[in-house]
Design a protein around this ligand. Structure first.
Ligand code: PNS
Length: 136
């Protein structure tokens, strides 16, 4: 099975990498895909986000890093993706993810699988990572 792990990864956190590593063990192939929203300026340039993911995941033979813009399900169709993988940390993530999963399935028939964050990474977010130097 060929799965996709989409996200902004702006920046990638230990939590993201953990989900990617666990996903790599579940599927034949995993594409970690950075969604590009042209109307939104990210914190980090996309090329840097790609490099961080490639470097952190280079040891996993069945993982590749890609970018996409537009609808995720269009990318999935074009790239023969069977399943969407997302990490969930808490109720708020779950509340946001379920409608997205319903919409993606409605549009494409492609299902989503949620992996719970580990206890070690559950409190880590890109926003928290970015705020850790604020008071220095
Ligand atoms: O890490 P994020 O910011 O939670 O990732 C969100 C992402 C990129 C997975 C989501 O915004 C997405 O899939 N964007 C592509 C546009 C799309 O397909 N939207 C419809 C989803 S219902």
């Amino acid at each position: 099975m060929r799965a996709i792990y989409p996200g902004s990864f702006d920046p990638a956190t230990e939590g993201h990498l953990d989900v990617a590593r666990r996903g790599a063990g579940l599927f034949d192939e995993l594409v970690v895909a950075i969604g590009i929203n042209p109307s939104k300026t990210g914190r980090f340039p996309v090329i840097d986000r790609v490099r961080v993911l490639e470097s952190a995941l280079h040891d996993l033979f069945n993982v590749s890093v890609a970018t996409f813009s537009g609808l995720l399900v269009t990318y999935c169709r074009d790239n023969e993706i069977d399943l969407i993988l997302r990490g969930v940390r808490n109720k708020s993530d779950h509340r946001n993810e379920v409608p997205m999963a319903h919409m993606n399935r409605h549009l494409s028939g492609i299902d989503s699988l949620f992996l719970p964050a580990t206890a070690e990474t559950v409190f880590v977010s890109s926003t928290v990572v970015m705020s850790t130097g604020d008071d220095k």
